[in-house]
Structures are given as C-alpha cells and as structure tokens.
Design a protein around this ligand. Structure first.
Ligand SMILES: [Zn+2]
Length: 357
C-alpha cells in the first residue's frame, strides 16, 4: 500500500475506500478546506523568479521555447509543478503567474513544432466505450447551458479541433449545419466516414474557405483550449468567425480543481500534450482581451454524477456537489462565451453571465 493510501486510511478511515479516486477529495469530511489551505501555503512557499533567472536555471528542449504570461504580460515565474508520465517518457514544468494566477507550461512547445506532439495517432480512441463516454460528456455539457444547444435548426456550427467527429455527429443529429476542422489527417478521414450531413476538414481556419467565410452561430472547443500555444491569436480569430449573437463553448481541465490542489504534479489534468491550464479566474481575461462581451460557467460534478449513474450514496452525492460549488473546484471547466450583447440577450436569460466590457 502506498504512503498516500496509508495516510488517508489513518485520517479518514476505510469507509471511503470504495469511493472512486476522482470523487474522494470532494466527499471526505473537511478535505476541501484542508486542500484549500494546503494550496495557499504551496503558492506562498513557491519562489517568484525573474524571467532571466528562470531561463538560466531551466533546461530548454529542442521543440520548446520560454514564454511569459499570455494573459497579463507578467514576465516573472513561479515554478509550481513537474508532472511526468509514461514511466518518465515525458515530463515538463508548470509555472504560475504571480500577478494573475495563470498556470502554464514553461518552457512551452514552439507553435511550429506542435505537430511533433501528435505524431502518433489517436486511432485507439475511435470507438466503443470511449466514444460512448465522450458523447455522454458532450450531451451533459450542452444540457448544462440550457436551450443554446437544444435545436440547431438553421444555425451554423464550427467544431474547432473536431478529432474523429464524435461531437459533429451529435451536432448534425440536432440539426446544426456543422463543420469541423482538425490538424490530424487520420482523424479527419475517420470523422468524414462517421458523418452524413456535417463535414470535417484538414487545416487551419484560414485554409478552409467554408470556415474562413465565418458567420458561425456556435463555435465549440472540446478539450482543445489547453492545447493552444497562442490562445490570444486563436480567440481573436474565433471572435471574428462568430455571427452577431454567436456563442463559443469551452470544455477544458480546471486549474482550480480540488484534485489539482490535492494531487499536485500527479493531477490527471497534467497530460502529455497540455500546454496551459485555465480556471474561472483566468478565462475571463482571455475573453476580455479578445473582444467577447460576457461569459457564464457551469460547475462540473463529474459525468456519472450528472448522468445519475454514480454509486455514491445520496448524502455523499450532495456533499460532492456542495464542495464542487463552494470551491469552484470541479475537475473540468465549462464556459459559454458570448460574442456580443445580442448573444447575452438571446442566450443568457437563465445563466449567471459575467459581463466583460
Ligand atoms: Zn498573468
């Protein structure tokens, strides 16, 4: 038994052993507060370094570059984590911006070498249980934002980073005039085999005339945001591609997750190809700087909780929901960005919209 497991047995007893790993930190009594305090101490203890000093003390890989905070321009670096995986086949450093709190990989991947990360295909993730679980997550996220996604009739949708078309398939079923783009030829080919009305294209938005024409009512970024090395450039482009009244949906790992606060470098959001880690604190800065008018968030309780298939006893289920809400600490972040006031007026009625202008 690992030290961590032994320790948590001592603190919490064995009654939480059967609670799935991803739910434990939300249901053990007192743990939320303990992890929040632990996080604050961790931030306070981490040194704040001048950019020059950080560069001198940090190794730079061949496909990497040093970056400063994309969101606020701060150059100082606060080293926080060093995730590693696949038996140390990969590892990187994650810093915190001491001014705005943004977490990002530094050194980061040079945009022109991004393709190196995706050299091996995703063919293992095309079908079966993985596909079913993904599509369930898409449905739950759409439902969390009310009527925005209930009917696509007459509306244009762009799925940026569409992969093998699992979401495009749902979008065409709901009547959207849907188009997707992706940088992986294998994925695009698989998507077009799956789809009947929707189309998937290879390349960047400006390479595909149907996409470059813009006028989209909806843009979706499913687990894409954390992979973008130049988020400001991309979001300015997304804003320009949206029609008046348009919205942009984001699903990404949540940098305010209670699981990150608990597991640190071992957090499952630190995957091999993730570059930047957003929270409800930092997403508004990105949207404000790129011309969006408002944003609404939907707390993420976990797929089985939201689909009502969890085995958690009801009292623990309630405790989980409460702790996710109080800490803003669900493991995923779900945000709906509004292009302009018209979008806020049309879709924001039952949501808590944070104005950005
Ligand atoms: Zn910053």
């Amino acid at each position: 038994m690992s030290v961590r497991r032994t320790l948590s047995r001592v603190v919490y007893g064995s009654r939480y052993d059967r609670v799935p790993w991803g739910q434990r930190v939300y249901v053990r009594p007192g743990e939320r507060l303990a992890r929040e305090i632990q996080w604050r101490l961790r931030v306070r203890r981490a040194p704040v370094m001048r950019f020059q000093d950080y560069r001198e003390r940090t190794l730079l890989g061949e496909i990497e570059e040093f970056v400063t905070c994309h969101l606020c321009g701060e150059t100082r670096q606060q080293p926080m984590f060093q995730p590693a995986g696949d038996r140390r086949g990969w590892s990187y450093r994650v810093v915190r911006c001491p001014t705005c709190g943004f977490l990002y990989r530094n050194p980061n991947i040079r945009p022109d070498r991004l393709g190196d990360l995706y050299a091996t295909g995703y063919s293992g993730f095309l079908t079966g249980k993985y596909a079913a679980n993904r599509q369930r997550r898409y449905r739950l996220t759409m439902d969390a934002f009310g009527p925005v996604f209930s009917s696509g009739q007459g509306r244009r949708l762009l799925d940026f980073g569409c992969g093998t078309g699992l979401f495009l398939q749902l979008a065409e079923q709901r009547g959207f005039d849907a188009v997707g783009i992706d940088l992986s030829p294998d994925s695009v080919a698989a998507a077009n085999e799956r789809l009947t009305g929707a189309r998937a294209h290879l390349g960047a938005p400006e390479d595909v005339p149907e996409v470059a024409a813009g006028g989209f009512d909806v843009i979706t970024l499913w687990s894409v945001l954390a992979h973008l090395p130049r988020p400001l450039d991309d979001f300015r482009r997304f804003r320009a591609l949206l029609a008046p009244g348009g919205v942009l949906l984001v699903l990404t790992v949540n940098a305010a997750s209670l699981q990150l606060k608990a597991y640190g470098s071992g957090w499952n959001g630190f995957t091999r190809n993730h570059l930047m880690f957003y929270s409800a604190e930092t997403v508004p800065a990105l949207l404000r700087r790129t011309g969006f008018a408002g944003v609404a968030f939907a707390p993420f309780y976990g797929d089985t909780v939201e689909a009502n298939t969890t085995r958690l006893p009801e009292p623990l289920n309630r405790r989980l929901r409460r702790n996710v809400e109080i800490s803003d600490g669900g493991n995923m972040l779900r945000a709906l960005a509004f292009a302009d006031d018209e979008a806020v007026g049309r879709w924001g009625a039952n949501l808590q919209v944070r104005r950005l202008t």
